[in-house]
Write a protein that binds this ligand. Structure first.
Ligand code: GLC
Length: 433
């Protein structure tokens, strides 16, 4: 008897051409959890029952919601696409779904909140993504499992043994259809998340019927980008490392893959009032550069408040990033990893004949680029286009008083003593053909 290894299924893929050029996107986590304002998992963490969570539904009144302002803030920060939570794990839907009453139109908000968002993004030329939770801690047919808000409530579990996953799957697929047919072309669908075997009752591809869901998405939106959380190896267009920066270009089975790090401003995705773990704009800019230097994107999150605004701390951070991006986006858009090894505390990105040296630390007077002695025609600081002098020392030259020694193949850049007053200084190197 011969055994044939089963070939892995091959999947159609979406259009990632724009995605790897655009590099920088805004993630928005907005739902009822903005009201308790202590993390989007609050219902789960605090084991809140539906009856008690209802108060947030009853008081959800985002009177200052102005998605045009969100879109302007994103664009001014240099972001090119926005991914919004249509539904998070709590189960609340921002749009006017025909398949549930648990939706924004039935709260004091009184309307579909997704449509004006989509319109605002389009008006600013931003690409649009929908984050959609596979998990649902409100739906009456979502089987209670080890992650569920009522996981320890024996009475609740006993009363809910008849939950029918098939009905939930119908709902999940039906809502996906709504989202991909009622709002014009959508560029990214971001399903979240699978956890087979992680807890009792953990769920994966068989539970979501991921193959079918994927086929539905591809039928409705052949070019859409799909993330990697459906538990279908090989189907993903993008990988989504969460809350960490990969050490190198992400690979799967030894192959480089398209990836996007998703990161928070303060550790929480939903609005988290008392969380003071804010990353500085400088750190966030470094994380963006770091991603691009490894061939990836950055999806940076804001959790708007219950009144529908980005809070002042988030807006100030976005504005600071935008000020940097205004002067330096040439090193980000359309750029990718360079095969060259950068000096310590630096990152390279490359776009065509331009090589960008990002200096995370500012050395005194000189930075040395090994292997580049004959390869650079011109160099300048990117923030003000001021020339950076190129020095190639004779490799035979010895160290003496004020003269530095030479090293074969090394290009030395002569820096001003004063570090330019930008979050991360960048030197643009024009490579010779
Ligand atoms: C997660 C979380 C979450 C957040 C997210 C973003 O796995 O459950 O709350 O939405 O992924 O990547």
């Amino acid at each position: 008897m011969t055994t044939t290894a089963q070939a892995p299924p091959t999947y159609a893929h979406g259009d990632t051409g724009w995605f790897t050029r655009d590099r920088f996107g805004l993630f928005i986590h907005w739902g009822l959890y903005a009201l308790p304002a202590r993390h989007e998992w609050v219902k789960q963490r605090e084991r809140i029952r539906d009856e008690d969570y209802q108060q947030y539904f009853d008081h959800f009144d985002p009177d200052l919601y102005d998605p045009a302002r969100w879109a302007r803030d994103a664009k001014a920060a240099g972001m090119k696409y926005v991914v919004l939570t249509t539904k998070h794990h709590e189960g609340f839907c921002l749009w006017d779904s025909a398949l549930t009453d648990y939706k924004a139109p039935n709260t004091p908000a009184g309307r579909d909140l997704l449509r004006p968002f989509v319109d605002a993004c389009r008006a600013e030329g931003l690409k649009i993504g929908f984050y959609h939770s596979l998990i649902d801690w409100h739906h009456p047919d979502f089987p209670v499992d080890g992650l569920h808000a009522q996981r320890d409530d024996e009475e609740f579990k006993a009363a809910n043994q008849g939950r029918d996953m098939r009905k939930y799957v119908e709902y999940l697929h039906g809502q996906t259809r709504e989202l991909l047919t009622h709002y014009g072309p959508i560029d990214i669908i971001w399903f979240d998340f699978s956890y087979p075997g992680r807890v009792w009752g953990g769920k994966g591809r068989d539970d979501w019927q991921s193959e079918k869901l994927l086929a539905l998405v591809r039928e409705l939106a052949p070019d859409i980008i799909i993330n990697d959380r459906l538990d279908l190896p090989g189907a993903a267009d993008i990988r989504t490392p969460e809350q960490y920066q990969p050490r190198a270009w992400l690979t799967v089975d030894g192959q480089r893959v398209t990836w996007e790090a998703c990161q928070t401003l303060n550790g929480s995705w939903g609005y988290d009032r008392d969380n003071l773990d804010w990353k500085s704009p400088e750190l966030l800019v470094r994380m963006l550069i770091d991603s691009v230097s490894k061939g990836g994107n950055l999806l940076l999150n804001v959790g708007p408040t219950g009144r529908g605004e980005f809070d002042p701390r988030a807006r100030a951070t976005l504005a600071a990033i935008g000020a940097w991006m205004r002067l330096h986006n040439r090193s980000i858009y359309g750029a990718t990893a360079s095969e060259l090894t950068p000096p310590p505390d630096c990152r390279f990105t490359r776009r065509g004949d331009r090589l960008y040296l990002h200096l995370f630390a500012w050395p005194f007077r000189h930075v040395h680029l090994d292997g580049l002695a004959d390869r650079v025609a011109y160099a300048q600081l990117l923030n003000d286009a001021s020339e950076i002098k190129l020095i190639v020392n004779d490799p035979k030259r010895q160290a003496q008083n004020t003269t530095m020694p030479g090293t074969a193949g090394t290009l030395t850049l002569q820096l001003p003593v004063q570090r330019p007053d930008v979050l991360v200084p960048v030197i643009e190197l024009f490579l010779k053909e």
